[in-house]
Design a protein around this ligand. Structure first.
Ligand SMILES: Cc1ncc(COP(=O)(O)O)c(C=O)c1O
Length: 396
């Protein structure tokens, strides 16, 4: 009898796991409204034409071989320019690694960083691969509180109280998935102070850095200057290249404290050969070319955010903080815990009765995420209208 590893068998990824249930309902001939996955390209957003053309040109011009494992130099240099402009950091291309999406970068990072029993502080609620990969590598994700009443800002005292001698670092996801919170400069500075005090690294995921609706985004690297920072970013969301799979990791590390980590990640990069070569060429065009689509995308999304925010808060027993960035709402449903045993039951019941797929909040965080659901506000307003009419009917 073939046995499989426990680490793989135990993987949970709520965002895609719920799709299994939706597919079952589809088999019965029902049409499902999918509000579960954060992929703008599945709705009425598309990769900008000049980026598509750059990919086609790269393929036509023969950019079809393996590339350097850490990514092509031209792209790493373009990433340094972008991060200088947006995050005020001075790094050379040797401090950048290109990966097949942040997802791969995260896998390599935790693969190199985490030994059995090591701890990493992750927000609750969080983007689930952070906890999933921690467990996969034998580590222990330790969640810290983010405060719904405070627009889901991190509770810095709670972070401090969770530090042990096993803690290796603090994860920041800003703007946040699933809450849509954008973190204050002050909070980022305070997290930086805690990290400095305890000699921890910061892992900062900024994949939604340009999808913001209120105020302006602050990169962790621009305000935290005395802590080694591993930055994660990518092309999926801002450049509408989800299916192309490209991201990067940078090491903002003036004291060279992350050299060994980076060297180990480079070894991991070598055994997976390289990131997609022609897509790397297209990514240079994305960073260096016209940026007009970003304003257009954010403009469209702002209208959808406003619509969803209004609709949710009009429904009795449901409340939501206003998402300031990304494209998710994370409302609380009062009747979870009484009418429905838990948030997963709520989501599956809504799916079965009204054929709309959301994700249960506890899939993002079992303490502060529970009792909530996550929905995307990516679809056009007429589709959102149908979805929220159904939610209103269902809850009434
Ligand atoms: C916070 C966050 N990080 C990373 C990712 C995945 O990024 P990529 O497509 O670059 O693997 C997502 C996707 O939803 C995300 O929300």
């Amino acid at each position: 009898m073939l046995t499989v590893s426990k680490r793989a068998r135990d993987i949970r990824y709520a965002i895609r796991d719920v799709v299994v249930f939706a597919k079952e309902i589809e088999k019965k001939g029902k049409e499902i409204l999918y509000l579960n996955i954060g992929d703008p390209v599945k709705y009425d957003f598309d990769t900008p034409e000049h980026i598509k053309n750059a990919l086609i040109k790269a393929v036509r011009d023969g950019s079809n071989s393996y590339s350097a494992s850490e990514g092509v130099l031209e792209l790493r240099e373009a990433i340094c320019r972008k991060e200088k402009k947006d995050s005020d950091i001075d790094i050379y291309s040797n401090k950048v690694m290109v990966t097949n999406g942040i997802s791969e970068g995260l896998q390599m990072l935790l693969g190199a960083l985490i030994e059995k029993g090591d701890e990493l502080l992750v927000p609750d609620p969080t983007y689930p691969p952070y906890t999933a990969y921690m467990k996969f590598f034998g580590g222990k994700p330790v969640t810290y509180k983010t405060v719904e009443e405070d627009g889901w800002q991190p509770d810095v005292n709670n972070i401090r109280s969770k530090i042990t001698d096993k803690t290796k670092g603090i994860v920041i996801i800003n703007p946040n998935n699933p809450t849509g919170a954008m973190y204050d400069r002050k909070v980022l500075r305070e997290i930086g102070d805690v990290a400095a005090e305890h000699e921890l690294i910061i892992i900062s995921d900024e994949i939604y850095d340009k999808i913001v609706y209120e105020g302006s985004f602050t990169s962790t690297s621009s305000v935290v200057k005395d802590v080694p920072i591993v930055g994660l970013n990518g092309f999926s969301k801002v450049y509408l290249m989800t299916g192309w799979r490209l991201g990067y990791v940078y090491f903002n590390d003036p004291e060279d404290e992350l050299n060994e980590l980076q060297e180990s990640m480079k070894k991991e990069a070598r055994i997976r050969l390289c990131p997609n070569t022609p897509v790397q060429n297209a990514a240079v065009a994305a960073l260096d070319g016209p940026q007009g689509h970003i304003k257009e995308t954010v403009g469209k999304l702002r209208l959808r955010r406003d619509y969803v925010f209004k609709r949710i808060n009009e429904i009795e027993g449901v409340s939501c903080t206003k998402p300031e960035g990304a494209f998710y709402c994370f409302p609380k449903v009062d009747a979870i815990g009484s009418k429905w045993k838990n948030d997963k039951e709520f989501v599956l019941d809504f799916l079965e009765k009204e054929n709309v797929l959301l994700v249960h909040g506890s899939g993002f965080g079992t303490t502060y995420g529970a009792g909530h659901f996550r929905g995307v506000f990516l679809p056009p307003i007429d589709m959102l209208e149908v979805a929220f009419d159904r939610l209103e009917r269902f809850l009434s």
